[in-house]
Design a protein around this ligand. Structure first.
Ligand SMILES: NC(=O)c1ccc[n+]([C@@H]2O[C@H](COP(=O)([O-])OP(=O)(O)OC[C@H]3O[C@@H](n4cnc5c(N)ncnc54)[C@H](O)[C@@H]3O)[C@@H](O)[C@H]2O)c1
Length: 380
């Protein structure tokens, strides 16, 4: 196995999921590369040192520019808020580093285009952490669709529901709450949650041609943690949109952080002429499947427990019947990235794939303002 020296930027939620994936991937997958946790970068030196000790990073940097300059770093992993992705990714590409970047790719499509241009010019291996593609049940859904089992697809229905911003006393900005600050996040639920739904949808059902959307900001002003002042809230708290896919199917997407009782309820359902598929993140190891071609008296929804060795990724884990969970989607993503690197095959979703999702997000936010159907620009 060749060593691959990783420099991770950001030691928050995603910093932990990525570090866990880098540490475990070679225990379960036979791969041509082994990630080495070379350096963690965070602005607070003490926090970065504590993180390095906990996860086994060899060194600490407090400025990401220094990390990128280091000759002993092969891969830059970006796990920082959305407004930092572009500058870091472009600098990393110019320095010839491989790049893993958190989603959403950028603050908007225009910024995403600049990133794609630089990354493609530098020809560095790259991938964006749309990890839900690598839930084994979701990967199985992709296989079933690609095998043509659903036939012509009529409907795609996705939701991503949370309830953590209902209190008007919750401030915006700064650590933990940058998602509520439009200057750091770019948008609200559209870029944060619907971006996941859109990435999965494009992967499963092809490109989205046009959208019409509505958004709402329920709490109009919140105290800003960095300025101490009450400031206008610029993010969308909730978003619902209709979409037409290029294959002629119709879709509804909904996301909110105001659905009391739901923490991370990501669901989708796809209806085809022969069969339907449904999936639910809260029950992520199951895929619901209905096939109209089954014998009539036995026809019904099957709840497939995705734990058998012939299910995607599962032969690498325990024995049939035993489940895996959220953290494993990141391990699968690293495994596929390293395998692709060995085979010199491009890995997906790459920056250009993520730009397509960004364009859909832009069109959704534009439509919410204009009140009209908006076309999604082509990214490929
Ligand atoms: N793939 C997923 O399912 C998923 C889930 C959550 C978040 N995300 C994405 O991951 C990114 C990070 O989100 P998070 O939840 O980990 O946030 P977080 O707030 O938990 O962590 C962000 C980290 O970035 C650090 N940081 C901020 N600016 C920095 C800078 N200039 N230099 C170095 N470090 C800096 C912060 O100190 C913090 O450690 C976001 O883009 C978010 O959209 C993806």
């Amino acid at each position: 196995m060749k060593k691959l020296n990783v420099g991770l930027i950001g030691y928050g939620f995603m910093g932990r999921t990525h570090s866990n994936a880098f540490r475990k991937v070679n225990n379960f997958f036979d791969l041509p590369y082994q990630p080495v946790l070379k350096a963690i970068c965070g602005r607070d030196e003490n926090n970065a040192k504590a993180f390095a000790q906990k996860w086994g990073y060899e060194s600490v940097e407090t400025d990401w520019r220094k990390l990128i300059e280091r000759a002993d770093i092969d891969l830059i992993d970006i796990a920082t808020p959305n407004d930092t992705h572009a500058e870091i990714a472009i600098a990393a590409a110019r320095a010839g580093k491989m790049i893993l970047c958190e989603k959403p790719l950028s603050m908007d499509g225009k910024q995403g285009e600049k990133m794609v241009k630089e990354i493609e010019k530098a020809r560095v291996p790259n991938m964006v952490w749309y990890n839900y593609r690598r839930v084994p049940a979701v990967t199985l859904a992709k296989q079933l669709i690609d095998e043509g089992r659903l036939g012509r697809i009529f409907h795609y229905r996705a939701k991503f529901l949370q309830d953590w911003t209902i209190s008007k006393d919750l401030p915006q900005g700064g650590a933990g709450l940058w998602r509520l600050d439009v200057k750091s996040a770019g948008s609200g639920v559209t870029g944060d949650l619907l971006a996941h739904c859109i990435d999965t949808a494009i992967w499963l059902n092809g490109s989205i041609g046009s959208v019409t959307a509505m958004t709402e900001t329920f709490i109009k002003e919140r105290k800003h943690n960095l300025t101490g002042k009450v400031e206008k809230v610029g993010i969308d708290d909730a978003c619902a949109f209709l979409a037409r896919f290029e294959n002629g199917s119709l879709a509804t997407f909904e996301s909110t952080r105001y659905a009391r009782g739901h923490k991370a309820l990501y669901t989708f359902e796809i209806n085809g002429e022969n069969a339907s598929i449904a999936w639910d993140l809260h029950d992520l190891h199951r895929l619901q499947y209905f096939d109209h071609r089954d014998e009539g008296k036995l026809r019904g929804w099957r709840s497939i427990h995705i734990t058998d060795s012939d299910h995607p990724y599962m032969k690498h884990w325990w024995v049939p019947g035993l489940q895996i969970g959220y953290e494993h989607t990141f391990i699968h993503q690293v495994a596929d990235f390293l395998a692709g690197l060995g085979a010199k095959k491009p890995m997906h979703p790459d920056f250009r794939d993520a730009l397509e999702t960004q364009y859909v997000c832009d069109a959704v936010l534009k439509s919410a303002k204009t009140g009209k159907w908006e076309k999604v620009p082509k990214s490929k």
